[in-house]
Write a protein that binds this ligand. Structure first.
Ligand SMILES: CC(=O)[C@@H](O)[C@H](O)COP(=O)(O)O
Ligand SMILES: NCC(=O)COP(=O)(O)O
Length: 248
């Protein structure tokens, strides 16, 4: 496999924590899930510490920082609370995401264009701790250019509109938008990741886009794990996207 067609899988374990929080139990433990995911081939572990703490808790992130063998991708709103927390944890990667309390899940990409100075300062703060920051944005050339302008090393393209597309034609339009976004990001020297709403039937087309570095996938893997077990679900997704990327 060449550098051009290798792809990484970041496993998002938020919804292991969702199940735990539903009953206020100690199980299932996302830390155990993370270790199992690593054994099954995950290249990294993604967690989103939401401001409302609806799933992942501070304790989870602190423990993960101590035990992960791979690397943490810490998803966070760009707030003073989260920046201070990330400075203490010093994850290998942080991904800045937009966040509102009412949303069911992350609805759109971060508006980098509208707040360049603020985002640039936040990127700089975490970069000073050795953290590689990516910006979770829509595949919009203006946002991608803004990400490059402020010196972010990486972006993660929001694939939610592709995942939510209701017809093959709409899906093709959204996939083309992501493909163009990847090309635009690469042309600006950015590392380009993607994720949100990807599952066993729609991830291959995204994985096959040349130059994409990593897919972050969570909800579908956790759901599939109910039927096949968590390690098997991770391994199946990894095999699926690696094969798709190799085919190109
Ligand atoms: C930023 C992103 O796309 C995911 O991490 C997502 O936020 C998962 O968490 P939620 O399901 O709480 O939105
Ligand atoms: N950044 C996207 C992510 O981490 C996983 O999102 P999902 O697969 O849970 O929708």
């Amino acid at each position: 496999m060449t550098e051009a067609n290798r792809i990484l899988l970041g496993v998002n374990i938020d919804h292991i924590a969702t199940l735990r929080q539903a009953r206020g139990t100690r199980y299932p433990d996302p830390v155990k899930a993370a270790l199992d995911a690593e054994e099954a081939g995950a290249d990294g572990i993604t967690v989103h510490l939401r401001e409302d703490r609806r799933h992942i808790q501070d304790r989870d992130v602190r423990l993960l920082a101590e035990v992960l063998q791979t690397r943490m991708n810490f998803e966070m709103g760009v707030t003073e609370e989260m920046l201070a927390f990330a400075e203490r944890i010093r994850p290998a990667h942080a991904c800045f995401v937009p966040e509102t309390r009412q949303e069911l899940t992350t609805e759109g990409g971060l508006d980098v264009l509208g707040q360049e100075a603020r985002i640039q300062a936040a990127v700089g703060r975490l970069a000073a701790q050795g953290c590689e920051v990516s910006l979770f944005i829509d595949a919009d050339p203006r946002q991608i250019e803004a990400a490059a302008r402020i010196g972010a090393p990486a972006i993660e393209l929001h694939t939610g509109r592709y995942a939510d597309a209701q017809t093959p034609a709409q899906m093709a339009v959204e996939l083309a938008r992501i493909r163009d976004g990847v090309a635009c990001g690469l042309a600006h020297g950015l590392i380009v990741n993607a994720g949100h709403g990807l599952h066993y039937h729609n991830a291959e087309a995204v994985a096959a886009i040349p130059g994409i570095n990593e897919l972050n996938i969570g909800h579908a893997i956790v759901a599939h794990a109910l039927f096949v077990g968590f390690k098997a679900a991770v391994a199946e997704m990894k095999q699926l996207i690696v094969a798709a990327a190799a085919r190109g």
